[in-house]
Write a protein that binds this ligand. Structure first.
Ligand code: PGA
Length: 252
């Protein structure tokens, strides 16, 4: 059985004070949650949020990382720095980084490998644009992103990698993929992982991301190959993200 993983991607939102206020309000709301719950604040708030979450069941993630351990990379953050902050996970290859900052799958692959080497688990994002979907190229794009981004992951570490399927047309638009469309893509991703990693593919979690809200989380999570969610906008409010994290209660 794959344990669902719900992650909040705050992007460039929340000062330290706002992030700590969220963490303090949020942790009691999810103390009894069955799923794994992760918060990814901006780098500046990681230390303070980590302290505010100490002793709770909520884990910490970074939104990005540089593959090198140290060096002349102005403005970048290295894996050992994330380890020191207590990050359990880091998001890599988010579509905003791919589109706005020119990140290639090859660079994402280096980041994922560097994270695994430091035992910070990568959340590797993939997803097609609207134009690619309308041109019937969804699976081809996903395959190429998966192949490129996971090229350095050995089968022995595959189960430590989380995939986030985030159709670009659903991110921040309010247009969630229907559970059927999302499941179709997730099943294709699982089949690809199975070819690449063998049996470990059954243990790999695949999150859906793109306009996940308390109202649609349970229905998405009920799909056989959807094992969690990566949530942007609806994760900025503690009670909203708590309802998503405890999606089973909405299903009742
Ligand atoms: P959204 O963002 O939930 O605001 O659509 C998701 C993401 O980009 O990870």
């Amino acid at each position: 059985m794959r344990r669902p993983i719900l992650a909040a991607n705050w992007k460039m939102h929340k000062t330290i004070a706002e992030a700590v206020a969220f963490a303090e309000a949020f942790r009691p709301l999810v103390a009894d949650a069955a799923a794994e719950i992760v918060l990814a604040p901006p780098f500046t708030a990681l230390a303070a949020v980590g302290r505010a979450l100490a002793g709770s069941n909520v884990k910490l993630a970074a939104q990005n990382v540089h593959p090198e351990k140290q060096g002349a990379f102005t403005g970048e953050i290295a894996p050992p720095m994330l380890v020191e902050l207590g990050c359990a996970y880091a998001i890599v290859g988010h579509s905003e980084r791919r589109a706005l900052f020119g990140e290639s799958s090859a660079f994402v692959a280096q980041k994922a490998a560097a994270l695994l080497a430091h035992d910070v688990l990568p959340i590797v994002c993939v997803g097609e644009t609207l134009a690619e979907r309308e041109a019937g190229r969804t699976f081809e794009i996903l395959e190429s992103q998966l192949m490129g981004s996971l090229v350095e992951v050995p089968p022995t570490r595959a189960a430590d990698v989380v995939i986030a399927y985030e159709p670009v047309w659903a991110i921040g638009t309010g247009k969630t993929a229907t559970p059927g469309i999302a499941q179709e893509a997730h099943a294709m991703i699982r089949a690809w992982l199975d070819k690449r990693f063998g049996a470990a593919a059954q243990r790999m979690r695949i999150q859906y991301g793109g306009s996940v809200k308390p109202e649609n989380a349970a229905e998405l999570m009920a799909q056989p190959d959807i094992d969690g969610a990566l949530v942007g906008g609806a994760s900025l409010d503690p009670s909203s993200f708590a309802r998503i994290a405890k999606f089973e209660e909405n299903a009742k």
